[in-house]
Design a binder for this molecule. Structure first.
Ligand code: ATP
Length: 216
């Protein structure tokens, strides 16, 4: 039995962070009884480059997390040069935490379906569990090689995740919130204020969202 609470990592571009990121991370923390760290990617390897720089995106995450301490910001990918490969992040954390602690990589259902495109993706299962967050618009269809890879790893009970350091895949049902950073960026670029799609704190300092208004 693994006594410490699981440590869950929620990586992303967070360009910018929005309420669905926060809410699903919160629900995952409660579902798994885990500590959750948000890990902004420095150079996301699987997609277009972000509108805002890494430091600005991290500043938004920091502002969004103010007032609670269950979700925290982990800056490790911002300190690394080059593409932010999740496998490197997990290897680093494993070395810090030791072999026993339960580690969970949280990914939205859309991101999970693309896992076979990730660098050294098969190693991820040796390093962490994967918690798949439901996301509106994604019906859970998976490519064959991923389906085959996870067939014997799927579980529904959190005790399997708590009692082993890595290797399981668990679906985490979260409130369906159809919010995306793409939508938020489009609203900001159009001069609108996407209030209530993002925390109020992000509107308190005009500099925080300036890059998305073309002022950064
Ligand atoms: P973009 O619209 O720019 O692609 P995004 O809103 O998908 O951005 P990311 O930073 O790419 O945000 O996502 C980080 C992680 O959060 C990914 O694993 C993604 O699947 C998950 N995620 C983002 N939005 C939601 C949502 N509404 N519900 C569940 N998971 C989400």
């Amino acid at each position: 039995m693994n006594a410490a609470r699981p440590l869950a990592l929620f990586g992303g571009t967070f360009d910018p962070i929005h309420n669905a990121h926060l809410r699903v991370a919160w629900e995952a923390a409660e579902f798994l009884d885990a500590e959750v760290r948000l890990v902004p990617a420095n150079v996301p390897p699987h997609r277009d480059q972000p509108v805002a720089g890494a430091t600005q995106r991290a500043g938004l995450v920091r502002a969004a997390l103010a007032g609670q301490d269950r979700l925290t910001l982990d800056m490790r990918e911002l300190r690394r040069e080059g593409p932010s490969y999740t496998v490197d992040t997990l290897l680093e954390l494993r070395a810090e935490l030791g072999e026993e602690r339960s580690l969970v990589l949280l990914v939205g259902a859309d991101a999970f379906a693309g896992l076979p495109q990730w660098h050294r993706w098969k190693e991820l299962f040796e390093l962490a569990h994967i918690g798949v967050l439901t996301r509106p618009g994604h019906n859970g269809t998976l490519p064959t090689e991923l389906r085959t890879k996870i067939a014997s790893r799927r579980c529904t009970e959190t005790r399997f995740v708590r009692e082993a350091p890595a290797g399981r895949v668990i679906a985490i049902p979260v409130t369906p919130l159809d919010i995306s950073a793409t939508q938020v960026r489009a609203l900001l670029a159009d001069g609108r204020e996407p209030r209530y799609l993002m925390p109020d704190a992000l509107f308190a300092d005009p500099a925080l969202l300036a890059p998305y208004r073309g002022e950064g």
